[in-house]
Design a binder for this molecule. Sequence first.
Ligand code: F0G
Length: 443
Amino acid sequence: MSAHELTCIKCGKRYSGDDIVYICERCGGLLDVKYDYSAVNTDSIERVLREESAHHSGVWKFSELLPFGAGVRVVSVGEGNTPLYHCDRLGSLLGVRELYVKHEGLNPTGSFKDRGMTVGVTKAVELGVRGVACASTGNTSASLSVFAARASIPCYVLLPKGKVALGKLAQAIMHGAMVFSIRGNFDDALCVVRELCERANIYLLNSVNPYRLEGQKTIAFEIAEQLTKGNIVKSHHTPRTNKHACEIEIPDRVVVPVGNAGNISAIYKGFWELKKLGFTEHIPRMTGIQAEGASPIVDAFKKGEENITPVEHPETIATAIRIGNPVNAQKALHAIRESGGVAETVSDDEITDAQKALAGLEGIGVEPASASSIAGLRRLIEDGVVDSDERVVCIATGNLLKDPEHVVRICKKPLEVDASVDALLHIIRQQTAQLKPNLSSSV
Ligand code: F0G
């Protein structure tokens, strides 16, 4: 970071970088930020410009562990490379030593599905399929539509009627997929699309397709990379200094929202591979969270059963995980048990509280399903299952903007006011007085 000052582009008047000034006070001209270029560290810029930079894809940078040969034609939208946030405020509120949120909602289409789809659609192109299809609670369809558009292959999407968040629906219809609204829930749609793919010779890209999970396992690699390099987003950001990487760092626990149960299985596989290859001796405790109204995996885990009993009428505000018969249940139960993890449910109210806490305390905007990981962690800490001394990573799976209707339902509406400063100040004073009586006079 370099020393700087503000300079008026018209009259040249100079201001300190600490001044709160937007327009030149002398002549009304626009201001520009000026540096002392003689003091700039050009070596560090040269390194960025010339040396091999970060890979554009957070998935394909790990191509050594992806199932393709050297000449593969990758279909990519610049997926992965999502930030790992250190959440100290939320962590101390929940009572855990070190809390991180991996914001997969900052993928190009707003969810972790992009990691799976770049691999799945690349495979589809390699196989020369005539089309791709999926059933979806929304995010899978949004991602597949985008990747199919990039690859110029026909795309068919089956959605449960009336149960898909607006942002996801907008993506699917905008990117040119043929979108069907199925009279039934996600599980019904998945049954139909599986048969459709078989009968019409279309390539199925739900998470029952193992190539999808190969892309999603890179979440584990990236968490290890970010913790090891110290490449973490903190609330008070100081310029990053890469840690000298000695040992590969792995969290104690990873908390994942569970729907069709592909992602938790994939992330487990990623950590398992790091162990297999000798990078670490530990695998984090994989912790799966489901909504109370759609929790077949939690039920099976708690009863110690091998197989799930499907939930016939799943229901939750977290529509992304409104799934009663997850196809990857076996893999997920294996991941949770083998890693010494747990599975827990959360109520819709707990999900909403966690969503607001993440947004308000940490500036991390997620959709309801994603917030279930935080809500679940909270419950597990309260129940004494998670130790306060743990280093925990919660996966935030999807972006806040996916489900704007839910946000409008749970948050205060904007305050309507005349276009007058007096009117604004009146309301600000009123509101501030309600919040913090002793601060109201300072406005
Ligand atoms: N979070 C979000 C935001 C999701 O969209 C999903 C799944 C999950 C969590 C659960 O992941 O299925 O791998 O256990 N969404 C799928 C879809 C079902 O169609 O978009 P999972």
